[in-house]
Design a protein around this ligand. Structure first.
Ligand SMILES: C[S@@+](CC[C@H](N)C(=O)[O-])C[C@H]1O[C@@H](n2cnc3c(N)ncnc32)[C@H](O)[C@@H]1O
Length: 480
């Protein structure tokens, strides 16, 4: 007995449909073979002539490789559970009050301190509109104040800030793993680990990790970090300590050193320099610095980057975000205005329930803004040596430092280019299907592989570091 499906045969047209039946029929061997043949024809995809088929333009492999976005980040369940338990054991009202204090402190330290125009003595513009603006600026101005992480602040940090710093760190580590496929760190050191944020992110990205060190001045933060880690699996090789300590000669160094959202907490630029130096000394291969996506966070990163590049010229290169090792144009160019235009990126994070409660918010998503740099040992020329391979070629592709403007028939992108300057590129439809499609799909933070066929415009000229400035005997400053 054989039952034939109407639906199946209808797909292949009229002639076959005339055989279709819902009734059971009995067939002999010959009929059965003929029917099988018919069925195989029916199930075969009939090729559409190329003249009729719509050509599908897909992103180029280069553009796919240069993509930085990873979608909304969710925190690992054991981490969410651990923080939720911590909150349960404490006074939730107090946690919210402390979190609000933290947010205010972060806001107050986000802008580069500048002299505010004193509108009362008329030193700023006398027009009424700028008078109003200046009044507003004064009203918005907050005296910078930083907080020390005691027991209350540490819990408030885990309950109200950690998801955002976790997401940013996650994006940066994911980018490293994507860009340098053979980088499989076995050991990590996280300086200013707080509740162990970067250690959690690193465990998600790098599966070969075996040894973890978290350093933090705050005993209370370390207690939370240890407790949260115990929620996952008690790692044999996990150490939490308050001080970095000196590099032990001939001892193996951690492959990956991370310091996230911490250099901005160091009270002076001299201390920032000294810590960044020590972190570089500790790094066996890669050093990652992340800070807030504010003008001040960006400046901290750009200065730290320049400091390492100046000190270790031939033994260091920038993996990301910059496609060059020149001074950052957004801080060191004569045209730079880092309080108005600075390099930073954004990562979306899924707010865990505890964060929504801490913030009294109904929205379950937020965007984490961050600035970062990834420095690796070895010279840049070695890293860029083979240009026919995507990872190597990507070292020189321009990076979108703002969301692109997707206009009718063209896409405008502000990029940091390999020349060490900020350029405006325009990719018109007439440049070709693939570059145009790649441009329309491009997003803030991506590396873009196609040069523009139009002339690019320099928005911010090359940076000049202090080391490049030479003052001659007449006191004239020259750039080397
Ligand atoms: C804003 S939290 C960042 C925590 C974590 N890295 C994150 O991304 O969520 C800064 C941490 O740096 C620590 N810190 C500040 N100065 C430090 C120092 N000199 N040595 C070690 N840790 C320090 C603070 O105690 C605090 O836990």
């Amino acid at each position: 007995m054989f039952s034939l499906s109407k639906h199946c045969l209808r797909r292949s047209g009229q002639w076959i449909r005339s055989y279709s039946t819902e009734k059971a029929v009995f067939l002999d061997q010959k009929q059965l073979e003929a029917l099988e043949e018919l069925q195989s024809i029916a199930m075969t995809e009939i090729p559409v002539p190329s003249s009729v088929a719509e050509p599908v333009v897909r992103s180029s492999p280069e553009a796919a490789f240069g993509r930085k976005r990873i979608g909304a980040v969710s925190l690992p369940r054991p981490l969410i559970q651990g923080i939720a338990e911590l909150i349960e054991e404490n006074d939730k009202r107090l946690i919210r009050t402390d979190a609000l204090r933290l947010y205010e402190s972060l806001r107050s330290t986000s802008r580069i301190p500048t002299h505010l125009p004193d509108y009362d003595n008329g030193s700023s513009s006398s027009s009424s509109s700028s008078h109003g603006k200046s009044k507003k600026r004064q009203a918005a101005y907050q005296e910078p104040h930083t907080l020390a992480y005691g027991p209350r602040e540490s819990i408030a940090y885990a309950a109200g800030v950690l998801p955002s710093t976790y997401a940013a760190t996650m994006n940066v580590l994911a980018e490293i793993s994507h860009r340098i496929a053979d980088f499989a760190p076995k050991s990590i050191l996280d300086f200013g680990t707080g509740p162990g944020t970067a250690l959690w992110a690193a465990q998600e990205v790098f599966s070969d990790l075996q040894s973890y060190v978290g350093v933090d001045l705050s005993e209370d933060m370390l207690n939370i970090a240890e407790r949260l880690q115990a929620n996952l699996s008690p790692y044999a090789n996990m150490e939490f300590k308050r001080y970095l300590g000196a590099v032990v000669p001939n001892a193996p160094k951690p492959d990956l050193v991370v310091s996230a959202f911490t250099i901005g907490d160091l009270p002076s630029q001299a201390l920032q320099r000294s810590i960044v130096d020590q972190l570089w000394e500790h790094a066996g291969d890669i050093l990652v610095l992340v800070d807030r996506g504010t003008p001040i966070g960006f400046s901290n990163i750009a200065r730290a980057r320049q400091w390492i590049l100046d000190q270790h010229k031939d033994d260091v290169h920038v993996v990301a975000p910059c496609p060059h090792d020149r001074p950052c144009p957004l801080l060191y160019s004569p045209d730079a205005r880092p309080d108005a235009f600075w390099c930073h990126f954004s990562q979306r994070v899924q707010r865990p329930p505890f964060l929504m409660k801490t913030k009294h918010s109904k929205f379950n998503l937020e965007d984490s803004k961050y600035a970062y740099v990834v420095l690796r040992r070895g010279s840049r020329s070695k890293a860029e040596s083979s240009h026919d391979d995507l990872p190597e070629a990507a070292y020189t592709w321009p990076r979108l430092i703002q969301p692109p403007l997707k206009k009718h028939g063209h896409v405008v992108m502000d990029v940091c280019a390999k020349e060490g300057e900020i350029q405006r590129m325009v990719i018109p439809k007439s440049q070709g299907k693939i570059p145009y499609r790649d441009a329309r799909k491009a997003a803030w933070g991506d590396l873009f592989p196609h040069p523009s066929k139009n002339k690019v415009v320099t928005r911010v000229s090359k940076g000049v570091s202090d080391n490049d400035r030479v003052v001659n005997s007449d006191g004239v400053v020259k750039v080397e």
